[in-house]
Write a protein that binds this ligand. Structure first.
Ligand code: CO
Length: 448
């Protein structure tokens, strides 16, 4: 019998970068390894989207579109992959359809091959990624149903996205098997090492027939990141799987990233806490990132002693909201509301703006039944909308383009602005100053 083929998506430039060092990896640091990475045999390189877009503009003073074009220029053969939060694009609110279409069109024009689309509510916008979570409504049948809808919409692969690293090996086995049998598309696995389950979960997923796994070059693996690429190639080969991978090239890639990782440890960007195994998420079903946010929130309010109460309140809030998976933006919403409920001494004494919008239907359909009393309390006489929220939004691309006039030099600039107005504005201003400096410098040079 022919050995089962396993392929790898390398996440060092996006998810590993985001999970371990808050997306602070500048383009110049990895420019030198891109051509080598192109030879490793990866199924794809995840390099754009997620928080990279925001981080380029906000912290790194880089044009995210230019970053993508530069990567494309060096990575000529391997597929480039991005992560897109459905109708939220790379931001935290719903954008009108014309903006979403333009954003996707420009992403592809600038070099993206694979767009992994997910939605926190598994609303079928055009998703290819299932946000994995456990709850009374997230059954095997429910996941198969979501994946079947995606297939009808024309997606070519289904990704099981376990952002909290809480998917156990048997759960993974059963889900992959069901998807392979009933949906019949290639299955991609995505998880994080946070709770320590990742390696064994991947193995059982592959035994059930998974086709691609998300891994990170070992220097940027483990902890809150993905499991190590080279380790899995080594182990899976030993088990007789046909790994599509050049281990020598992968070693070079890792050798390149190791000193960079060490620099980030030395300057404190990569914190020891991001690299440890933390099994709390298995008990609380709360993603690691959300847990560390809760710590700092409560610490700021001098209320760390209420942590256990908040952790008990989170599942209750989640139930009231119809069991949304705890992924951006739902994780923030549920975390803040649960904290408020505990600290104010009365549940829903104050209801967050985002939670109200969610109950109004502005984030899509809730997976399960929402608590009707909470809806009444939050919305009063107003009724939740029945249609897709995006259908109520006016087109805004052309209008914004006109308003920005010469500040935006391209359609890509307009999209950056729509996604992150203040941040983009600041970035454009910095860019203008830099260009003016170059011009005046050139004139001086000529006169001397
Ligand atoms: Co992830």
């Amino acid at each position: 019998m022919k050995a089962q083929k396993v392929q790898f998506t390398e996440t060092v430039l996006r998810d590993a970068n985001q999970s371990l060092i808050a997306t602070r990896l500048p383009y110049d640091k990895f420019d030198g390894i891109l051509e080598e990475m192109d030879k490793a045999g990866y199924y794809s390189i995840e390099c754009w989207g997620g928080a990279t877009f925001d981080s380029c503009l906000r912290f790194l003073n880089e044009d995210p579109w230019e970053r993508l074009r530069k990567i494309r220029k060096k990575v000529k053969n391997t597929k480039l992959q991005m992560l897109l939060r459905g109708q939220n694009l790379l931001g935290y609110r719903h954008y009108p359809d014309d903006v979403v279409k333009m954003f996707v069109k420009k992403s592809v024009e600038n070099g993206i091959d694979i767009i992994r689309i997910f939605d926190a509510l598994n609303d079928t916008i055009a998703s290819g990624a299932i946000s994995y979570t456990t709850s009374p409504v997230h059954t095997l049948d429910n996941f198969v149903g979501v994946a079947s809808e995606m297939k009808e919409m024309g997606v070519s692969t289904i990704c099981i996205k376990d952002m909290a690293g809480v998917m156990g090996p048997q759960e993974c086995y059963d889900l992959v098997k069901a998807l392979k049998e009933k949906v019949g598309l290639p299955v991609v696995l995505h998880t994080h090492c946070t709770t320590g389950l990742a390696f064994i979960t991947y193995l059982k997923g592959i035994e059930a027939g998974a086709d691609v796994i998300d891994t990170a070059s070992s220097a940027f693996s483990g902890g809150t990141s993905q499991p190590a690429t080279e380790t899995l190639v080594y182990a899976l080969r030993e088990l007789g799987y046909d790994c599509v991978a050049d281990a020598d090239v992968m070693k070079k890639v890792n050798d390149f990233f190791k000193p960079i990782r060490n620099d980030f440890i030395a300057d404190g960007t990569l914190m020891p806490l991001a690299m440890v195994t933390d099994t709390d998420a298995l008990n609380y079903k709360v993603p690691g990132g959300m847990l560390s946010n809760l710590f700092s929130q409560l610490k700021q309010q001098n209320a760390l002693d209420r942590l256990n109460q908040v952790l008990e309140e989170i599942p209750r809030v989640r139930e009231d909201l119809g069991y949304p998976p705890l992924v951006t933006p739902m994780s923030q919403m549920v975390g803040v509301q649960a904290t408020q409920n505990v600290l104010l001494g009365e549940r829903y004494k104050s209801i967050g703006k985002e939670v109200k919008a969610y109950l109004h239907g502005e984030y899509g359909r809730a997976p399960g039944k929402v608590n009707p009393e909470l809806v009444k309390k939050a919305l009063g006489e107003e009724k939740p909308i029945e249609c897709r929220f995006a259908d109520t939004l006016k087109p805004s691309f052309e209008k914004t383009k006109k308003e920005l006039s010469s500040t935006a030099k391209s359609d890509e600039d307009v999209l950056s602005y729509i996604a992150f107005p203040q941040v983009a504005e600041k970035f454009f201003e910095e860019r203008r100053k830099k260009e003016e400096n170059v011009v005046s410098y050139t004139i001086e040079a000529v006169t001397e």
